[in-house]
Design a protein around this ligand. Structure first.
Ligand code: M7G
Length: 327
């Protein structure tokens, strides 16, 4: 067990940030400057609705207000780390609930630092954010090349989420200390950093993002064979970095793009194979290796193909497909 605990600790050759203390961050209102805060910005949070929750995943999405601003708060219990087990057993109190023959159940009260809740705050949140986190039925959409030009493109040009947070990362105005690797080349370069869904405490749910420096590639649909050097570079160097830092070989990784993404600036998801990351299903995730091969066999593959993707019931884009008689 000691060996596997050491593995889970992801002794990453000195990246040193797997046990970073969670700082409470003030919303940065788009300029990317974040301040470590000792106070609790959520102490005055007023809940208006639970948007979604899952007992199995131990996560809850809440809509409410911070001061007068709309906010979405996500609370998530984090996995139990093997390297904290000794402390968990020796430093907790144990309250018996029931005992029967050889069976007994307890409530274990762990020391506070082993009992943290990962908290994500979106503030101010737009109506679109509230919808993104709301539990809803999804519908599979069939998008031809013409549909993309006449329905999807005009919609995303007007209605998509701001990519200010992406520019803040690229310009080192936010999360600069979290960047794991940068290839600064303007054509084939990218930044690699932890996705904000990953608390970096264990590799079991590893989730990194590669954000490309080129700013004119919105999504998979815009990819052409001229982007092959960029995609190959992201795949190759991303894999190398992950092997070096986390000792995870490429055979343990799922490397993919979302279509449709939420944020229309090209980025690639790197997740650990055994971890069922949200959005890793076949209806939304496109393996980067497949994307590269498709572009090698047809330079206009993603310009011309019909693509399929799920949209949630009240997604405005779904409404546009319905209006056009496509559903
Ligand atoms: P996507 O495919 O555009 O949309 O991926 P999705 O959120 O529907 O999957 C964007 C990815 O960026 C997601 O995995 C998000 O968790 C992640 N992400 C979003 N924001 C706003 C941030 C952020 O501010 N910082 C970091 N590090 N990751 C983010």
């Amino acid at each position: 067990m000691a060996e596997s605990a050491a593995k889970r600790r992801t002794d990453s050759g000195g990246s040193g940030d797997l046990n970073v203390e969670v700082k409470k961050l003030k919303p940065d209102h788009g300029n990317g400057r974040q301040e470590a805060e000792s106070g609790n910005i959520l102490s005055a949070f007023k809940t208006s609705a639970v948007l979604n929750d899952s007992a199995r995943e131990k996560i809850i999405f809440i809509h409410g207000k911070v001061a007068d601003q709309d906010a979405v708060v996500i609370l998530e219990k984090t996995p139990i780390r093997q390297d904290s087990l000794d402390e968990l057993f020796s430093g907790s109190t144990l309250k018996l609930e029931m005992r029967n023959d050889i069976y007994s159940t307890y409530r274990l009260q762990a020391p506070p630092h082993l009992n943290e809740i990962k908290t994500t705050v979106v503030c101010p949140a737009t109506e679109k954010h509230v919808k993104k986190y709301q539990r809803q039925e999804s519908f599979l959409v069939e998008e031809t090349a013409e549909d993309y030009q006449s329905i999807t493109l005009p919609y995303i040009q007007k209605q998509s989420f701001s990519v200010q947070w992406v520019y803040n990362v690229l310009e080192k105005k936010a999360e600069a200390e979290r960047i794991l690797y940068e290839d600064p080349d303007p054509q084939v370069g990218f930044l690699l950093l932890p996705d904000f869904k990953w608390d970096q405490k264990q590799v079991d749910d590893l989730y990194l993002l590669a954000i490309v420096h080129q700013r004119n590639i919105k999504s998979l649909r815009d990819l052409r064979s001229e982007h092959l050097p960029l995609l190959q570079n992201v795949l190759q160097k991303g894999k190398e970095q992950i092997l070096q830092r986390y000792k995870l070989p490429a055979s343990q990784l799922r490397v993919y793009l979302h279509y449709q993404p939420s944020y229309y600036h090209l980025h690639v998801h790197f997740t650990k194979l055994g971890y069922e990351a949200p959005g890793c299903g076949v209806e939304r995730a496109h393996l980067l290796t497949d994307v590269i091969q498709n572009l090698q066999s047809d330079p206009r593959y993603y310009e011309t193909r019909t693509l399929y993707f799920p949209l949630r019931a009240d997604d405005g884009l779904l409404g546009k497909f319905k209006e056009a008689g496509k559903l």
